[in-house]
Unconditional design. Structure first.
Length: 603
Protein backbone atom coordinates (compact mmCIF):
# COMPACT_ATOMS: atom_id res chain seq x y z
CA UNK A 1 0.00 0.00 0.00
CA UNK A 2 1.34 3.45 -0.87
CA UNK A 3 2.71 5.57 1.99
CA UNK A 4 0.66 8.54 0.78
CA UNK A 5 -2.60 6.59 1.14
CA UNK A 6 -1.64 5.45 4.67
CA UNK A 7 -0.83 9.00 5.68
CA UNK A 8 -4.05 10.41 4.23
CA UNK A 9 -6.13 7.94 6.19
CA UNK A 10 -4.13 8.37 9.41
CA UNK A 11 -4.48 12.15 9.19
CA UNK A 12 -8.20 11.78 8.44
CA UNK A 13 -8.04 12.95 4.80
CA UNK A 14 -10.60 11.88 2.17
CA UNK A 15 -11.25 12.69 -1.47
CA UNK A 16 -13.94 15.23 -2.37
CA UNK A 17 -14.32 15.48 -6.16
CA UNK A 18 -16.63 18.52 -5.86
CA UNK A 19 -13.87 20.57 -4.25
CA UNK A 20 -11.20 19.23 -6.60
CA UNK A 21 -8.91 17.64 -4.04
CA UNK A 22 -8.46 16.10 -0.66
CA UNK A 23 -9.95 17.49 2.51
CA UNK A 24 -10.09 16.59 6.19
CA UNK A 25 -12.67 14.01 7.14
CA UNK A 26 -15.43 15.86 8.99
CA UNK A 27 -16.34 12.81 11.03
CA UNK A 28 -12.74 12.66 12.29
CA UNK A 29 -12.98 8.90 12.60
CA UNK A 30 -9.98 7.05 14.02
CA UNK A 31 -8.35 4.76 11.45
CA UNK A 32 -6.39 1.74 12.62
CA UNK A 33 -3.72 -0.03 10.54
CA UNK A 34 -5.82 -3.17 10.06
CA UNK A 35 -8.70 -1.08 8.68
CA UNK A 36 -6.76 0.89 6.09
CA UNK A 37 -7.18 -1.58 3.25
CA UNK A 38 -10.83 -2.41 3.98
CA UNK A 39 -13.64 -0.78 1.96
CA UNK A 40 -16.40 1.14 3.66
CA UNK A 41 -19.19 -1.25 4.69
CA UNK A 42 -22.41 0.17 3.25
CA UNK A 43 -24.09 -3.08 2.28
CA UNK A 44 -21.85 -3.61 -0.73
CA UNK A 45 -18.35 -2.70 -1.76
CA UNK A 46 -18.12 0.82 -3.13
CA UNK A 47 -16.98 0.40 -6.76
CA UNK A 48 -17.23 3.97 -7.99
CA UNK A 49 -14.25 5.11 -10.09
CA UNK A 50 -11.57 6.80 -8.02
CA UNK A 51 -9.19 9.57 -8.99
CA UNK A 52 -5.50 9.39 -8.15
CA UNK A 53 -5.01 10.00 -4.45
CA UNK A 54 -2.59 12.79 -3.55
CA UNK A 55 -1.59 14.45 -0.31
CA UNK A 56 -2.70 17.98 0.60
CA UNK A 57 -0.26 20.74 -0.34
CA UNK A 58 0.69 21.32 3.29
CA UNK A 59 2.55 17.97 3.28
CA UNK A 60 4.44 18.66 0.04
CA UNK A 61 7.65 19.80 1.79
CA UNK A 62 7.94 16.71 3.96
CA UNK A 63 9.94 13.59 3.29
CA UNK A 64 7.44 10.73 2.96
CA UNK A 65 10.01 8.11 3.93
CA UNK A 66 10.45 9.92 7.25
CA UNK A 67 6.71 9.76 7.94
CA UNK A 68 6.61 6.12 6.88
CA UNK A 69 9.33 5.38 9.42
CA UNK A 70 7.34 7.19 12.11
CA UNK A 71 4.23 5.15 11.23
CA UNK A 72 6.26 1.94 11.45
CA UNK A 73 7.62 2.91 14.87
CA UNK A 74 4.12 3.70 16.12
CA UNK A 75 2.86 0.31 14.98
CA UNK A 76 5.89 -1.49 16.46
CA UNK A 77 5.86 0.22 19.85
CA UNK A 78 2.12 0.53 20.41
CA UNK A 79 1.37 0.89 24.11
CA UNK A 80 -2.02 0.31 25.75
CA UNK A 81 -3.77 3.44 26.97
CA UNK A 82 -5.85 1.75 29.66
CA UNK A 83 -5.97 -1.30 31.92
CA UNK A 84 -8.64 -2.90 29.73
CA UNK A 85 -6.45 -2.64 26.63
CA UNK A 86 -3.43 -4.02 28.49
CA UNK A 87 -5.17 -7.22 29.63
CA UNK A 88 -6.77 -7.88 26.23
CA UNK A 89 -3.83 -7.26 23.89
CA UNK A 90 -1.44 -9.90 22.56
CA UNK A 91 1.22 -8.89 25.10
CA UNK A 92 -1.14 -9.01 28.06
CA UNK A 93 1.00 -11.42 30.11
CA UNK A 94 3.97 -9.06 30.00
CA UNK A 95 1.85 -6.08 30.99
CA UNK A 96 0.20 -8.02 33.84
CA UNK A 97 3.63 -9.01 35.13
CA UNK A 98 4.74 -5.37 35.01
CA UNK A 99 1.66 -4.28 36.99
CA UNK A 100 2.26 -6.99 39.60
CA UNK A 101 5.83 -5.76 40.06
CA UNK A 102 4.61 -2.17 40.50
CA UNK A 103 1.98 -3.17 43.09
CA UNK A 104 4.55 -5.26 44.97
CA UNK A 105 6.91 -2.29 45.09
CA UNK A 106 4.16 0.04 46.36
CA UNK A 107 3.03 -2.36 49.09
CA UNK A 108 6.63 -2.97 50.15
CA UNK A 109 7.10 0.78 50.48
CA UNK A 110 3.95 1.10 52.61
CA UNK A 111 2.33 3.52 50.20
CA UNK A 112 -1.21 2.86 51.48
CA UNK A 113 -3.38 0.86 53.84
CA UNK A 114 -6.91 -0.35 53.14
CA UNK A 115 -9.61 1.31 55.27
CA UNK A 116 -13.38 1.63 55.30
CA UNK A 117 -14.65 4.17 52.80
CA UNK A 118 -15.20 7.50 54.61
CA UNK A 119 -18.36 8.66 52.89
CA UNK A 120 -17.70 12.25 54.00
CA UNK A 121 -14.39 12.49 52.15
CA UNK A 122 -13.98 12.69 48.38
CA UNK A 123 -11.94 9.89 46.81
CA UNK A 124 -9.29 10.59 44.19
CA UNK A 125 -9.00 8.17 41.28
CA UNK A 126 -5.92 6.48 39.85
CA UNK A 127 -4.78 5.20 36.48
CA UNK A 128 -2.33 2.74 35.01
CA UNK A 129 0.32 4.14 32.65
CA UNK A 130 2.11 1.73 30.33
CA UNK A 131 5.42 2.29 28.61
CA UNK A 132 7.81 0.26 26.50
CA UNK A 133 11.41 1.24 27.15
CA UNK A 134 14.22 0.25 24.82
CA UNK A 135 17.22 -0.84 26.89
CA UNK A 136 20.53 -0.76 25.04
CA UNK A 137 23.17 -3.23 26.16
CA UNK A 138 24.97 -6.16 24.62
CA UNK A 139 21.58 -7.11 23.25
CA UNK A 140 18.89 -4.48 22.65
CA UNK A 141 15.70 -5.39 24.50
CA UNK A 142 12.30 -3.90 25.24
CA UNK A 143 11.28 -3.49 28.86
CA UNK A 144 7.58 -3.46 29.73
CA UNK A 145 6.94 -0.94 32.47
CA UNK A 146 3.66 -0.19 34.27
CA UNK A 147 3.24 2.65 36.71
CA UNK A 148 0.27 3.46 38.94
CA UNK A 149 -0.38 7.20 39.10
CA UNK A 150 -2.91 9.19 41.06
CA UNK A 151 -5.10 11.46 38.97
CA UNK A 152 -4.00 14.68 40.57
CA UNK A 153 -6.59 16.79 38.77
CA UNK A 154 -9.25 15.22 41.00
CA UNK A 155 -7.56 16.63 44.12
CA UNK A 156 -9.23 19.56 45.90
CA UNK A 157 -7.01 22.47 46.92
CA UNK A 158 -7.07 23.13 50.64
CA UNK A 159 -8.25 19.59 51.38
CA UNK A 160 -6.00 17.22 49.44
CA UNK A 161 -3.05 19.61 49.07
CA UNK A 162 -1.82 23.07 49.97
CA UNK A 163 1.80 23.80 48.98
CA UNK A 164 3.09 22.20 45.77
CA UNK A 165 6.28 24.11 44.92
CA UNK A 166 9.49 22.10 44.84
CA UNK A 167 12.92 23.54 43.96
CA UNK A 168 15.45 22.03 41.56
CA UNK A 169 19.11 22.88 41.20
CA UNK A 170 19.84 25.74 38.82
CA UNK A 171 21.76 25.02 35.63
CA UNK A 172 24.21 27.76 36.61
CA UNK A 173 25.04 25.83 39.80
CA UNK A 174 25.68 22.68 37.76
CA UNK A 175 28.04 24.52 35.42
CA UNK A 176 29.80 26.14 38.38
CA UNK A 177 30.41 22.73 39.97
CA UNK A 178 31.74 21.35 36.68
CA UNK A 179 34.09 24.32 36.30
CA UNK A 180 35.49 23.79 39.81
CA UNK A 181 35.72 20.04 39.26
CA UNK A 182 37.81 20.52 36.11
CA UNK A 183 40.02 23.16 37.73
CA UNK A 184 40.79 21.25 40.95
CA UNK A 185 40.54 17.70 39.54
CA UNK A 186 37.78 16.62 41.91
CA UNK A 187 35.97 13.30 41.80
CA UNK A 188 32.61 13.59 40.01
CA UNK A 189 29.99 10.87 40.34
CA UNK A 190 26.30 10.50 39.57
CA UNK A 191 23.38 8.68 41.16
CA UNK A 192 19.75 8.18 40.23
CA UNK A 193 17.02 7.73 42.84
CA UNK A 194 14.60 4.92 42.05
CA UNK A 195 10.91 5.71 42.63
CA UNK A 196 11.88 9.04 44.21
CA UNK A 197 8.34 10.38 44.65
CA UNK A 198 7.28 7.33 46.65
CA UNK A 199 9.58 8.28 49.54
CA UNK A 200 7.71 11.44 50.56
CA UNK A 201 5.43 11.44 53.62
CA UNK A 202 2.00 12.99 53.12
CA UNK A 203 0.81 15.72 55.47
CA UNK A 204 -2.80 15.65 54.23
CA UNK A 205 -5.34 12.85 54.58
CA UNK A 206 -5.94 11.46 51.09
CA UNK A 207 -8.18 8.54 50.14
CA UNK A 208 -7.83 6.81 46.78
CA UNK A 209 -9.83 4.10 45.04
CA UNK A 210 -8.17 0.71 44.73
CA UNK A 211 -6.26 0.24 41.45
CA UNK A 212 -8.00 -1.64 38.65
CA UNK A 213 -7.19 -5.33 38.52
CA UNK A 214 -5.88 -5.43 42.07
CA UNK A 215 -9.00 -5.02 44.19
CA UNK A 216 -8.75 -7.51 47.06
CA UNK A 217 -11.45 -10.15 47.16
CA UNK A 218 -13.94 -9.48 49.93
CA UNK A 219 -12.66 -5.92 50.39
CA UNK A 220 -14.22 -4.33 47.32
CA UNK A 221 -15.84 -1.58 49.38
CA UNK A 222 -12.61 -0.52 51.08
CA UNK A 223 -10.35 2.28 49.84
CA UNK A 224 -6.66 3.18 50.02
CA UNK A 225 -5.55 5.62 52.71
CA UNK A 226 -2.29 7.03 51.32
CA UNK A 227 0.63 7.07 53.75
CA UNK A 228 3.33 7.96 51.21
CA UNK A 229 3.22 10.20 48.18
CA UNK A 230 2.38 8.69 44.82
CA UNK A 231 3.20 9.68 41.27
CA UNK A 232 0.57 12.08 39.96
CA UNK A 233 -0.22 13.79 43.27
CA UNK A 234 0.28 17.53 43.10
CA UNK A 235 2.50 17.59 46.20
CA UNK A 236 4.61 14.50 45.35
CA UNK A 237 7.66 16.43 44.18
CA UNK A 238 7.55 18.75 47.19
CA UNK A 239 7.24 15.90 49.70
CA UNK A 240 10.18 14.07 48.12
CA UNK A 241 12.32 17.20 48.33
CA UNK A 242 11.43 17.68 52.00
CA UNK A 243 12.26 14.04 52.77
CA UNK A 244 15.60 14.28 50.96
CA UNK A 245 16.50 17.51 52.76
CA UNK A 246 15.67 15.91 56.10
CA UNK A 247 18.09 13.08 55.34
CA UNK A 248 20.82 15.48 54.14
CA UNK A 249 20.67 17.28 57.50
CA UNK A 250 21.12 13.95 59.28
CA UNK A 251 24.18 13.29 57.11
CA UNK A 252 25.69 16.62 58.29
CA UNK A 253 25.24 18.37 54.93
CA UNK A 254 24.56 22.11 54.86
CA UNK A 255 22.13 23.62 52.35
CA UNK A 256 23.23 26.64 50.34
CA UNK A 257 21.31 29.82 51.08
CA UNK A 258 21.56 30.81 47.40
CA UNK A 259 20.39 27.53 45.79
CA UNK A 260 18.12 25.25 47.79
CA UNK A 261 19.29 22.12 45.95
CA UNK A 262 23.02 22.63 46.56
CA UNK A 263 24.47 20.86 49.61
CA UNK A 264 28.02 20.89 51.01
CA UNK A 265 29.62 18.70 53.67
CA UNK A 266 32.43 20.03 55.80
CA UNK A 267 35.11 18.47 57.96
CA UNK A 268 36.30 21.27 60.18
CA UNK A 269 36.60 24.36 57.97
CA UNK A 270 37.24 22.35 54.82
CA UNK A 271 34.53 21.25 52.39
CA UNK A 272 34.92 17.55 51.53
CA UNK A 273 31.84 16.96 49.34
CA UNK A 274 29.33 18.77 47.15
CA UNK A 275 25.88 17.39 46.27
CA UNK A 276 23.47 18.80 43.65
CA UNK A 277 19.89 17.52 43.34
CA UNK A 278 17.62 17.85 40.30
CA UNK A 279 14.42 15.95 41.25
CA UNK A 280 15.88 12.40 41.28
CA UNK A 281 19.25 13.05 39.58
CA UNK A 282 22.22 13.58 41.89
CA UNK A 283 25.67 14.98 41.11
CA UNK A 284 28.25 14.22 43.80
CA UNK A 285 31.71 15.81 43.79
CA UNK A 286 34.60 15.88 46.23
CA UNK A 287 38.35 15.70 46.73
CA UNK A 288 38.58 12.22 48.26
CA UNK A 289 37.22 9.17 46.47
CA UNK A 290 36.74 7.28 49.76
CA UNK A 291 34.58 10.07 51.15
CA UNK A 292 32.45 10.02 47.99
CA UNK A 293 32.01 6.27 48.27
CA UNK A 294 31.02 6.53 51.94
CA UNK A 295 28.35 9.13 51.10
CA UNK A 296 27.03 6.92 48.31
CA UNK A 297 26.69 3.95 50.65
CA UNK A 298 24.83 6.05 53.21
CA UNK A 299 22.44 7.34 50.54
CA UNK A 300 21.84 3.82 49.24
CA UNK A 301 21.04 2.64 52.77
CA UNK A 302 18.27 5.22 53.10
CA UNK A 303 16.97 5.37 49.52
CA UNK A 304 16.95 2.87 46.69
CA UNK A 305 19.60 4.26 44.36
CA UNK A 306 21.19 3.41 41.05
CA UNK A 307 24.92 4.12 41.14
CA UNK A 308 25.91 5.45 37.70
CA UNK A 309 29.61 5.78 38.56
CA UNK A 310 31.56 8.70 37.15
CA UNK A 311 29.26 11.32 35.70
CA UNK A 312 28.81 10.96 31.94
CA UNK A 313 25.43 12.56 31.28
CA UNK A 314 23.19 14.89 33.27
CA UNK A 315 19.84 16.39 32.15
CA UNK A 316 20.53 15.63 28.49
CA UNK A 317 24.05 17.13 28.65
CA UNK A 318 27.01 14.88 27.85
CA UNK A 319 30.13 15.19 30.02
CA UNK A 320 33.51 14.36 28.47
CA UNK A 321 36.50 14.56 30.77
CA UNK A 322 40.26 14.38 30.31
CA UNK A 323 41.73 14.32 33.81
CA UNK A 324 45.32 14.40 32.60
CA UNK A 325 44.74 17.76 30.91
CA UNK A 326 42.21 18.83 33.58
CA UNK A 327 39.65 19.55 30.88
CA UNK A 328 35.91 18.88 31.04
CA UNK A 329 33.58 19.41 28.08
CA UNK A 330 29.83 19.84 28.28
CA UNK A 331 27.95 19.30 25.01
CA UNK A 332 24.54 18.30 23.62
CA UNK A 333 25.55 16.88 20.26
CA UNK A 334 23.03 14.03 20.39
CA UNK A 335 20.23 16.40 21.35
CA UNK A 336 21.02 18.74 18.44
CA UNK A 337 21.25 15.78 16.06
CA UNK A 338 17.81 14.53 17.06
CA UNK A 339 16.43 18.05 16.76
CA UNK A 340 17.80 18.46 13.25
CA UNK A 341 16.51 15.04 12.20
CA UNK A 342 13.09 15.58 13.73
CA UNK A 343 12.51 18.73 11.71
CA UNK A 344 14.18 17.35 8.56
CA UNK A 345 17.06 19.81 8.29
CA UNK A 346 19.82 17.22 7.68
CA UNK A 347 20.28 18.11 4.01
CA UNK A 348 20.08 21.88 4.36
CA UNK A 349 23.06 24.14 3.86
CA UNK A 350 24.56 25.32 7.14
CA UNK A 351 25.19 28.97 8.04
CA UNK A 352 27.92 30.56 10.19
CA UNK A 353 25.88 32.77 12.54
CA UNK A 354 22.63 31.98 14.42
CA UNK A 355 20.84 35.08 13.11
CA UNK A 356 21.89 37.23 10.16
CA UNK A 357 21.64 41.01 10.17
CA UNK A 358 19.16 41.07 7.27
CA UNK A 359 16.39 39.67 9.51
CA UNK A 360 14.32 42.63 10.71
CA UNK A 361 11.51 40.89 12.56
CA UNK A 362 8.39 42.71 13.74
CA UNK A 363 4.67 42.20 14.34
CA UNK A 364 3.93 43.60 10.89
CA UNK A 365 5.20 40.30 9.46
CA UNK A 366 2.51 38.31 11.25
CA UNK A 367 -0.11 36.62 9.01
CA UNK A 368 -2.50 39.15 7.46
CA UNK A 369 -5.08 36.70 6.10
CA UNK A 370 -6.81 33.63 7.51
CA UNK A 371 -5.32 31.51 4.74
CA UNK A 372 -1.78 32.51 5.77
CA UNK A 373 -2.64 31.90 9.40
CA UNK A 374 -4.00 28.40 8.68
CA UNK A 375 -0.84 27.61 6.73
CA UNK A 376 1.37 28.78 9.60
CA UNK A 377 -0.68 26.82 12.14
CA UNK A 378 0.59 23.63 10.50
CA UNK A 379 4.19 24.58 11.29
CA UNK A 380 5.46 23.47 14.77
CA UNK A 381 6.90 26.92 15.50
CA UNK A 382 6.43 26.87 19.28
CA UNK A 383 7.78 23.31 19.54
CA UNK A 384 10.99 24.27 17.76
CA UNK A 385 11.40 27.43 19.85
CA UNK A 386 10.98 25.41 23.05
CA UNK A 387 13.49 22.77 21.93
CA UNK A 388 16.13 25.37 21.05
CA UNK A 389 15.36 27.26 24.26
CA UNK A 390 16.31 24.23 26.35
CA UNK A 391 19.50 23.84 24.35
CA UNK A 392 20.35 27.50 25.00
CA UNK A 393 19.66 27.21 28.73
CA UNK A 394 21.99 24.22 29.11
CA UNK A 395 25.08 24.68 26.94
CA UNK A 396 24.60 27.13 24.06
CA UNK A 397 24.88 30.86 24.85
CA UNK A 398 25.68 31.38 21.15
CA UNK A 399 21.97 31.06 20.22
CA UNK A 400 20.63 33.11 23.16
CA UNK A 401 20.02 36.32 21.19
CA UNK A 402 18.59 34.55 18.15
CA UNK A 403 16.07 32.49 20.10
CA UNK A 404 15.16 35.53 22.22
CA UNK A 405 14.12 37.33 19.04
CA UNK A 406 12.29 34.34 17.53
CA UNK A 407 10.34 33.62 20.73
CA UNK A 408 8.59 37.01 20.67
CA UNK A 409 6.25 35.89 17.90
CA UNK A 410 5.15 32.46 19.12
CA UNK A 411 1.52 33.53 19.50
CA UNK A 412 1.10 34.30 15.79
CA UNK A 413 4.25 33.65 13.72
CA UNK A 414 4.51 34.69 10.08
CA UNK A 415 6.54 33.37 7.19
CA UNK A 416 9.46 35.72 7.85
CA UNK A 417 9.57 34.58 11.47
CA UNK A 418 9.60 30.98 10.25
CA UNK A 419 12.51 31.77 7.93
CA UNK A 420 14.47 33.20 10.85
CA UNK A 421 13.77 30.11 12.95
CA UNK A 422 14.90 27.83 10.12
CA UNK A 423 18.07 29.92 9.91
CA UNK A 424 18.80 29.05 13.56
CA UNK A 425 18.30 25.35 12.76
CA UNK A 426 20.69 25.67 9.82
CA UNK A 427 23.27 27.17 12.15
CA UNK A 428 22.83 24.32 14.63
CA UNK A 429 23.07 21.80 11.80
CA UNK A 430 26.55 23.12 10.94
CA UNK A 431 27.71 23.54 14.56
CA UNK A 432 26.29 20.50 16.32
CA UNK A 433 29.38 19.81 18.44
CA UNK A 434 29.75 23.29 19.94
CA UNK A 435 29.77 23.28 23.73
CA UNK A 436 31.46 24.54 26.89
CA UNK A 437 35.05 23.63 27.75
CA UNK A 438 36.00 23.97 31.42
CA UNK A 439 39.53 23.92 32.81
CA UNK A 440 42.81 23.76 30.97
CA UNK A 441 44.05 27.22 32.01
CA UNK A 442 46.63 28.51 34.48
CA UNK A 443 45.16 30.71 37.22
CA UNK A 444 46.85 32.34 40.18
CA UNK A 445 45.28 33.32 43.51
CA UNK A 446 45.25 36.99 42.49
CA UNK A 447 43.30 36.46 39.27
CA UNK A 448 39.61 37.36 38.99
CA UNK A 449 38.26 33.88 38.40
CA UNK A 450 34.65 35.15 38.24
CA UNK A 451 34.19 37.84 35.62
CA UNK A 452 31.26 39.34 33.74
CA UNK A 453 30.42 41.22 30.52
CA UNK A 454 27.31 43.28 29.82
CA UNK A 455 25.97 45.17 26.81
CA UNK A 456 22.77 46.53 25.29
CA UNK A 457 21.36 47.30 21.84
CA UNK A 458 19.41 50.56 21.97
CA UNK A 459 15.79 50.45 20.70
CA UNK A 460 16.36 47.03 19.15
CA UNK A 461 12.70 46.02 19.13
CA UNK A 462 10.95 47.49 16.08
CA UNK A 463 7.50 47.16 17.66
CA UNK A 464 7.86 48.95 21.01
CA UNK A 465 11.41 50.37 20.71
CA UNK A 466 12.62 48.62 23.84
CA UNK A 467 16.32 47.86 24.06
CA UNK A 468 17.94 44.43 24.19
CA UNK A 469 20.04 43.57 27.26
CA UNK A 470 22.66 40.89 27.51
CA UNK A 471 25.18 39.67 30.07
CA UNK A 472 27.49 36.68 30.41
CA UNK A 473 29.67 35.54 33.33
CA UNK A 474 32.68 33.25 33.20
CA UNK A 475 34.35 31.13 35.88
CA UNK A 476 37.96 30.25 35.14
CA UNK A 477 37.40 31.59 31.61
CA UNK A 478 34.30 29.56 30.67
CA UNK A 479 30.69 30.74 30.58
CA UNK A 480 28.51 29.62 33.49
CA UNK A 481 25.67 32.18 33.34
CA UNK A 482 24.15 34.22 30.51
CA UNK A 483 20.98 36.05 29.56
CA UNK A 484 19.57 37.89 26.56
CA UNK A 485 16.20 39.61 26.81
CA UNK A 486 14.24 42.79 26.16
CA UNK A 487 14.35 45.45 28.83
CA UNK A 488 11.11 46.02 30.73
CA UNK A 489 11.00 49.77 30.04
CA UNK A 490 11.75 51.99 27.05
CA UNK A 491 15.15 53.62 27.51
CA UNK A 492 15.41 57.28 26.51
CA UNK A 493 19.09 57.11 25.56
CA UNK A 494 21.88 54.66 24.89
CA UNK A 495 23.34 55.56 28.29
CA UNK A 496 20.13 54.55 30.04
CA UNK A 497 19.93 51.30 28.06
CA UNK A 498 23.53 50.43 29.00
CA UNK A 499 22.88 51.41 32.62
CA UNK A 500 19.85 49.11 32.86
CA UNK A 501 21.89 46.27 31.37
CA UNK A 502 24.68 46.94 33.88
CA UNK A 503 22.16 46.84 36.72
CA UNK A 504 20.82 43.44 35.64
CA UNK A 505 24.37 42.11 35.41
CA UNK A 506 25.11 43.42 38.91
CA UNK A 507 22.17 41.50 40.36
CA UNK A 508 23.43 38.29 38.77
CA UNK A 509 26.98 38.99 39.95
CA UNK A 510 25.79 39.35 43.56
CA UNK A 511 24.07 35.95 43.40
CA UNK A 512 27.06 34.27 41.72
CA UNK A 513 29.45 35.66 44.31
CA UNK A 514 27.26 34.29 47.09
CA UNK A 515 26.93 30.77 45.73
CA UNK A 516 30.64 30.70 44.89
CA UNK A 517 31.33 31.33 48.58
CA UNK A 518 29.04 28.42 49.46
CA UNK A 519 31.23 26.30 47.18
CA UNK A 520 34.19 27.37 49.30
CA UNK A 521 35.75 29.87 46.86
CA UNK A 522 36.28 33.40 48.11
CA UNK A 523 36.50 36.38 45.75
CA UNK A 524 36.30 39.86 47.25
CA UNK A 525 34.77 41.61 44.24
CA UNK A 526 33.35 40.69 40.85
CA UNK A 527 34.57 42.61 37.81
CA UNK A 528 31.91 43.53 35.25
CA UNK A 529 33.18 44.71 31.88
CA UNK A 530 31.10 47.38 30.13
CA UNK A 531 31.90 49.21 26.88
CA UNK A 532 29.94 52.39 27.76
CA UNK A 533 31.89 55.16 29.53
CA UNK A 534 28.72 57.13 30.22
CA UNK A 535 27.01 54.17 31.93
CA UNK A 536 30.10 53.55 34.06
CA UNK A 537 30.22 57.23 35.11
CA UNK A 538 26.51 57.16 35.96
CA UNK A 539 27.06 54.05 38.10
CA UNK A 540 30.02 55.51 40.00
CA UNK A 541 28.87 59.12 40.46
CA UNK A 542 25.63 60.98 41.21
CA UNK A 543 26.54 64.27 39.51
CA UNK A 544 24.39 63.68 36.42
CA UNK A 545 21.09 64.16 38.21
CA UNK A 546 19.27 66.26 35.60
CA UNK A 547 19.76 63.67 32.88
CA UNK A 548 19.06 60.62 35.04
CA UNK A 549 16.37 61.67 37.55
CA UNK A 550 13.69 59.81 35.58
CA UNK A 551 15.50 56.46 35.99
CA UNK A 552 13.81 54.13 38.47
CA UNK A 553 15.37 54.26 41.95
CA UNK A 554 15.81 50.46 42.00
CA UNK A 555 18.33 50.76 39.17
CA UNK A 556 20.65 52.80 41.36
CA UNK A 557 21.43 50.02 43.84
CA UNK A 558 24.49 49.36 41.70
CA UNK A 559 26.10 52.44 43.28
CA UNK A 560 25.91 50.82 46.73
CA UNK A 561 27.39 47.61 45.35
CA UNK A 562 30.32 49.52 43.83
CA UNK A 563 30.95 51.54 47.01
CA UNK A 564 30.95 48.37 49.13
CA UNK A 565 33.56 46.79 46.86
CA UNK A 566 31.41 43.78 45.96
CA UNK A 567 31.24 44.95 42.32
CA UNK A 568 33.93 46.56 40.22
CA UNK A 569 32.88 48.03 36.87
CA UNK A 570 35.62 48.35 34.24
CA UNK A 571 35.74 49.78 30.71
CA UNK A 572 36.36 47.23 27.98
CA UNK A 573 36.71 47.89 24.22
CA UNK A 574 33.65 46.93 22.23
CA UNK A 575 35.77 44.47 20.23
CA UNK A 576 36.55 42.57 23.45
CA UNK A 577 33.05 42.64 24.92
CA UNK A 578 31.84 39.02 24.83
CA UNK A 579 28.24 39.97 25.62
CA UNK A 580 27.96 41.79 22.27
CA UNK A 581 26.74 38.52 20.71
CA UNK A 582 23.79 38.49 23.14
CA UNK A 583 22.31 41.79 21.96
CA UNK A 584 22.59 41.87 18.18
CA UNK A 585 23.45 39.93 15.03
CA UNK A 586 27.23 40.09 14.45
CA UNK A 587 29.59 39.47 11.53
CA UNK A 588 31.17 36.01 11.49
CA UNK A 589 34.64 37.07 12.69
CA UNK A 590 33.33 39.14 15.63
CA UNK A 591 30.83 36.42 16.60
CA UNK A 592 33.50 33.71 16.72
CA UNK A 593 35.81 35.95 18.75
CA UNK A 594 33.03 36.44 21.33
CA UNK A 595 32.68 32.67 21.62
CA UNK A 596 36.41 32.25 22.18
CA UNK A 597 36.35 34.83 24.99
CA UNK A 598 33.89 32.72 27.04
CA UNK A 599 35.13 29.18 26.33
CA UNK A 600 32.45 28.15 23.82
CA UNK A 601 34.33 25.87 21.43
CA UNK A 602 33.92 23.02 18.96
CA UNK A 603 34.16 19.93 21.18
Amino acid sequence: MQVEVILMKIFGVTENPEQGGAQLDRDDQTMYPDQLDQPVQTGQVDQRPRRNVRLPSRFSDYDMSFFALCVAEVLLYTEPSSYEEAVKCKESQKWIKAMEEEIESLLKNGTWVLVTDPLTHKLISCKWIFKKKVEVGEVESIRFKARLVARGFTQVEGIDYTEVFSPVVKHTSIRMLLALTAQFDWELHQLDVKTAFLHGDLEETIYMVQPKGFVKAGEEKRVCLLKKSLYGLKQSSRQWNLKFHEHMVKMKFERSSFDSCVYVKKKGDKIIAYLLLYVDDILLAGVCKNEIQAIKEELKFRFEMKDLGEAKRILGMDIFRDRKKRVLKLVQTDYVGKLIKKYQMEDTKSVSVPLASHFKLSKEQMPQTEEDRREMNLIPYTNIVGSIMYLMICTRPDVAHAISVASRYMSDPGKDHWKALKWILKYLRGYMKVGLQFGGGDWSENDDILEGFCDSNYAANLDNRKSQSGYIFTLYGTAISWKSNLQSVVALSTTEAEYISLTEATKEASWLQGILQDFGIQQDGVRINCDSNSAICLAKHQMFHERSKHIDVRRHFIRDEIQSGRINVEKVPTEENASDMLTKALPIAKFKHCLELVGVVEC
